[in-house]
Design a protein around this ligand. Structure first.
Ligand SMILES: *Cc1c(COP(=O)(O)O)cnc(C)c1O
Length: 497
């Protein structure tokens, strides 16, 4: 089956998978969505016998249909290699009655590596297939983790440049250090005086600015995106849900076809959307649990049918989820609107103009597989603390939001379906918050985050990851800051135009 991609805001513009990956965002501001979600064509006994790379091929071939087998396998091989610190790539750990799918074993110890280690290879392959001669300029807004993972993926990749914007005061010490020490002649990192939503809106605006696009083309450049709006991010994320399910089946924790819950700490709605796509492709899912922090715009959406970003914005201990406009939700809205670009566009216009929209009761009915809830920062810390006490297992603040929400879900519903919790970052990325959750005496610890990493290593019995060791004494290479309104000038300056 040949799967093509259309924009959520215009059914006319139909492109191939490789073109969608190259463009990132459709020119009308919409997101590319597949025109079909084909069923998985291997059964669970077959998946149970596969390693991560084989699973990746079997899943991705269904959606990236204009890539040849050789191309796709080449991309997978280059992505999922020794950059990961375990050949399992995404290990599944049982603790306190749930299964934690550890998605943080890549180069930057957050789940963004799962997709961003393959995206540069997909993009270079796509450029070759489409005979693109321009250099590709990756523009990325980050709430902390995407930036570093994208920088690591694209650093010194020929024919590309990468520019990352992050909220200057909205990321953890370690997240910032990871980005500003990034090597590579084609990398550029900018702290903006604003929050993540402003960075993301600024990036989207540059994408749909025709004049800027022209200036770039004249200079031999074109934009693409490494944000989770790029379909080349979303497709690789479907893989690990299939892989995790097959592992549970292989160990006898579930029977063939038994439904599981998938619980995801959510920000931009990319990771959980991948789980939803996996379900539509045949993964047996009972509930998709959407876990939010105090920026609980998604919880309110699932409980009321109204999406409303007009509210106070909180900086929390789970910064990668400090988001009020979850970009990928648009892909879900489009789907529950019956794949109708007109209905979707009208809602997105309301979001832009009034900051909110309400979906119809028919659309709401199609959301019944989702369960939304949230955790306060206290509840998040409590989740880390009690899991450590019960099981000796240390989780990061984002994963803890999901664990806390799972506990609420379990208490509310009594549902006993096996549950996979997406574990999205290593606790070593958020040492201060994690340690003070385990023991409040660390709340005002004078040690810097690196010294705290050593303490955490002692407590958890887990070695300090290489990703932390390598930035400990690395020199700062990027110190540019700018106002939100200056983002296009900064881009042009970096490109020399
Ligand atoms: C990005 C991120 C999230 C949120 O994922 P989305 O796909 O944006 O919903 C959660 N946890 C961590 C650690 C992240 O880096």
């Amino acid at each position: 089956m040949n799967v093509t991609y259309v924009s959520t805001r215009n059914a006319e513009e139909e492109v191939t998978a490789s073109q969608a990956i190259l463009k990132g965002l459709s020119s009308d501001g919409g997101l590319f969505v597949p025109t079909a979600l084909p069923k998985l064509d291997k059964d669970w006994d077959e998946f149970a016998a596969m390693d991560y790379q084989q699973t990746a091929y079997e899943v991705m071939k269904l959606l990236l249909t204009d890539f040849t087998e050789e191309e796709l396998k080449g991309c997978i091989k280059s992505a999922y290699d020794e950059k990961f610190d375990t050949p399992e790539i995404a290990p599944l750990k049982e603790a306190d009655g749930a299964y934690f799918l550890e998605l943080f074993h890549g180069a930057t110890i957050a789940f963004k590596d799962m997709a961003l280690s393959i995206l540069p290879h997909l993009m270079i392959t796509a450029a070759r297939k489409n005979k693109i001669e321009n250099d590709i300029v990756i523009l990325t807004a980050t709430s902390g983790d995407t930036g570093k993972a994208a920088l690591a993926g694209f650093a010194d990749v020929k024919g590309t440049k990468i520019i990352v914007f992050y909220p200057k005061n909205g990321v953890s010490v370690i997240q910032e250090k990871q980005m500003v020490t990034q090597k590579g002649e084609n990398t550029f990192v900018v702290g903006i005086h604003g929050n993540f939503d402003q960075a993301q809106t600024g990036v989207k605006r540059m994408f749909s600015d025709p004049q800027l696009g022209e200036e770039l083309a004249e200079a031999g450049f074109q934009f693409s995106s490494a944000n989770s709006i790029n379909i080349g991010r979303l497709v690789p994320q479907i893989v690990y849900y299939v892989y995790a399910y097959a592992k549970l089946y292989k160990k006898g924790a579930i029977g063939k076809g038994e439904k599981v819950n998938i619980d995801v700490p959510t920000g931009n709605f990319g990771n959980i959307l991948a789980a939803y796509y996996a379900m539509n492709m045949g993964l047996p899912v009972n509930r998709l649990i959407c876990a939010s922090n105090e920026n609980k715009v998604l919880y309110d959406f699932f409980s009321t049918g109204t999406y409303d970003k007009n509210r106070e914005f909180f900086l929390t201990t789970s910064p990668s989820m400090d988001i009020l406009v979850s970009s990928n939700l648009e892909r879900l809205i489009y789907r529950i609107a019956g794949n109708d670009p007109k209905k979707n566009t009208a809602l997105m216009k309301q979001l832009q103009e009034e900051g909110k929209y309400e979906i119809t009761p028919e659309m709401r009915e199609k959301l019944s597989v989702f369960y939304g809830n949230y955790c306060t920062q206290e509840e998040t810390a409590q989740a880390i603390h009690s899991l450590y006490e019960k099981a000796g297992y240390v989780i990061d603040t984002h994963t803890a939001v999901a664990k806390g929400v799972y506990d609420k879900y379990h208490k509310e519903t009594g549902d006993t379906a096996k549950t996979i919790i997406a574990s999205t970052a290593s606790p070593f990325k958020f040492t201060r918050a994690v340690l003070s959750a385990i023991d409040p005496k660390y709340a005002d610890a004078k040690e810097d985050d690196f010294a705290l990493a050593d303490i955490l290593s002692g407590i958890s019995g887990v070695k300090v990851p290489a990703a932390i060791e390598t930035i400990r004494n690395a020199p700062v290479r990027h110190d540019t800051q700018c106002e939100v309104g200056e983002m296009p000038q900064v881009v042009k300056k970096f490109l020399g135009i």
